[in-house]
Design a protein around this ligand. Structure first.
Ligand SMILES: Nc1ncnc2c1ncn2[C@@H]1O[C@H](COP(=O)(O)OP(=O)(O)OP(=O)(O)O)[C@@H](O)[C@H]1O
Ligand SMILES: [Mg+2]
Length: 150
């Protein structure tokens, strides 16, 4: 079991920082030994979807920030991605597959975050920003042992 640990990152909501955030959080997450490479890839993807959303949709004008907070408690990784931008008027609608306010996009970001995390919570106050909280734990700590036994 991993000890409790946490990290906070804050950076401008610009496209260059999406790659930074996904690699940084994946590196932090790898402190949980029993994450598989596939699960670390899932973490990279959900972080990049959440941070991309802030870059693409978060702010009406340049200069806005993204705050990423990651916590390890035991075997559970909790990632919070938040902004202080325009917010989402109807979160339930925004979470629907294929819903987008940008005609050139797929509207699949929240669907991916939901599918690849164990738990997704999205909250927003219009005009005050969005907070996305995602939890992920190794699915099968000791799966090799499970396979060996079965
Ligand atoms: N941080 C945010 N601030 C403001 N609006 C947001 C934010 N994140 C998401 N949204 C809104 O929620 C909608 C759905 O987001 P989602 O990530 O599912 O799809 P998308 O970003 O439009 O497309 P894709 O993720 O497939 O490129 C967005 O179109 C946008 O209107
Ligand atoms: Mg998106």
């Amino acid at each position: 079991m991993s000890a409790t640990n946490h990290v906070t990152l804050e950076f401008p909501a610009i496209a260059q920082n999406v790659e930074f955030a996904r690699v940084a959080v994946a590196c932090f997450a790898s402190q949980i030994d029993s994450f598989t490479m596939e699960e670390i890839d899932d973490i990279k993807l959900i972080v990049s979807e959440a941070v991309s959303n802030v870059v693409l949709h978060g702010y009406d004008s340049p200069g806005g920030l993204v705050r990423v907070h990651a916590v390890i408690e035991g075997n559970v990784l909790t990632i919070t991605v938040e902004d202080t931008g325009r917010g989402i008027a109807d979160v339930e609608q925004a979470r629907q597959p294929a819903f987008t306010t940008s005609p050139d996009r797929m509207g699949m970001g929240f669907t991916i975050m939901e599918a690849l995390s164990d738990d997704l919570d999205v909250s927003s106050r219009p005009g005050a920003g969005v907070r996305v909280i995602m939890k992920k734990a190794p699915r099968m700590a000791g799966s090799e042992e499970h396979e060996r036994r079965s």
